[in-house]
Design a binder for this molecule. Structure first.
Ligand code: SAH
Length: 396
């Protein structure tokens, strides 16, 4: 097997079990390896640190499969890792019976570059690294065996694949999608999931717990849901007894999905919901000009800062929407505000939100610190896995 030799001292993060080898840590590759091939990772003093997948085109030159020198990286390895990941969810009382569930969350489940989400009988998979791409068959087989699903649909169309020199791959990797729309029940609400054309793998599972909390807080309140996608927060709010829900998204297909979701739930008071296709930045200003106010506002924007390099511009965008969010809140109202940007840490996000409140003349207090649900674990050694952060702030 080829050996990836590190520069002196560059083994430190690996000894702490951080699974990435950056380009700047590599002394040389002894032997030959194609993208995705397994290599031994060796410290400057000759110590073998484990086995990794080689990604020659990426700034992350290698991702560790194992921190043991003797782990055999083969089909059986992936079958085992996939089965363990699925079993951890099955053993968690809040996750075991979820129809929509993240089964594999990349690095934090010991499978860098692998995302797998279950939606009923279908698993949607996204492979984002050369190593994950190489082991597609083993990963897909592992998922089929661990879940008994009827289909595995691949959504490897994320932009980050380009950083690895990989093109997009989409389509059924196993079985065939069932006829008709795929649906899941999330905390009592039925939601359609479009694994073929929806965002990411079709549905934002990470916000499940926060949508439930929103439903609880929504009772009797007027709500504004910005960046609503297919209406996840809105439907939970309707189920929770919201007085009214105005939902805004710029995507026509997302709003069509939201309307279908309302139809899928005839128990919900559809007439209390209003859907608006609009740019949120403009819509917030228009609502302000019109003198509108709300008791509960959700801001769940897309990733404004994919990396730290975009942090400054992203910070301005977060500041802008949060400022308007606070201005539109009734006294005693609650703003539930999120960032899913890896490039914006919790501390910075909280500063931005505090600045927005202060500029809006709002004396706010944090009621809840919010994060992704337990099927999106964060490896202690991989803190950058903690991308989703949210604050529920009550205005004085
Ligand atoms: N809250 C949703 C997920 C939001 S994802 C849920 O729980 O499922 C972010 C959404 O923001 C996407 O639906 C995208 O279409 C929308 N979006 C992105 N930029 C926008 C903009 N400038 N104005 C309005 N919507 C926008």
């Amino acid at each position: 097997m080829s050996k990836l030799i590190l520069l002196p001292g560059k083994e430190r993060s690996l000894l702490r079990r951080h699974p990435w080898v950056f380009a700047g840590s590599v002394a040389r590759l002894d032997g030959r390896a194609r993208p995705g091939d397994t290599v031994d990772v060796v410290a400057d003093d000759g110590r073998v640190l484990g086995r990794a997948a080689w990604s020659p085109q990426s700034q992350i030159r290698a991702r560790m499969w194992s921190f043991a020198a003797d782990t055999v990286i083969d089909h059986a390895f992936f079958k085992r890792r996939v089965a363990e990941s699925v079993a951890r969810r099955a053993a968690h009382p809040l996750l075991a019976r979820q129809g929509g569930l993240r089964l594999i969350h990349g690095e934090s489940d010991g499978l860098p570059g692998v995302i797998a989400d279950r939606f009923g009988d279908v698993v949607a998979v996204q492979l984002t690294s050369a190593g994950a791409d190489k082991w597609r068959d083993a990963i897909v087989t592992g998922l089929v065996q661990a879940t008994g699903c009827v289909a595995v649909y691949e959504r490897s169309d994320s932009d980050v694949r380009a950083l690895e020199g990989l093109g997009p791959v989409t389509g059924c990797a196993y079985g065939a999608l069932p006829e008709g729309a795929l649906t899941i029940v999330e905390n009592g609400v039925c939601m359609e999931v479009d694994v073929v054309a929806g965002h990411k793998t079709g549905f934002y599972l990470d916000q499940r717990d926060n949508r439930l909390l929103t439903g609880l807080l929504a009772a009797g309140r007027s709500m504004l849901n910005c960046f609503c996608y297919t209406g996840g927060f809105s439907l939970q709010a309707l189920a929770g007894g919201a007085a009214s829900v105005l939902s805004i998204d710029s995507s026509g297909p997302a709003l069509e999905g939201a309307r279908r979701n309302v139809e899928l739930n005839p128990q919900l008071p559809a007439t209390r919901a209003e859907w608006q296709q609009d740019d949120v930045f403009e819509a917030l200003r228009a609502l302000r000009s019109a003198g509108r106010r709300f008791d509960l506002i959700v801001l769940d924007p897309p990733k404004f800062a994919p990396s730290a390099a975009h942090a400054e511009r992203a910070a301005r965008a977060y500041k802008d929407i949060n400022l308007f969010g606070f201005r539109l809140l009734n006294p005693g109202g609650i703003l539930m505000t999120y960032s899913c940007s890896g490039g914006i840490g919790l501390e910075l996000f909280q500063k931005i939100v505090a600045g927005a409140a202060s500029d809006a003349g709002v004396d706010g207090r944090i009621l809840h610190r919010l994060t992704a649900a337990a099927d999106h674990p964060v490896g202690l050694a991989v803190p950058e896995g903690e991308y989703l952060k949210g604050l529920a702030v009550q205005a004085g």
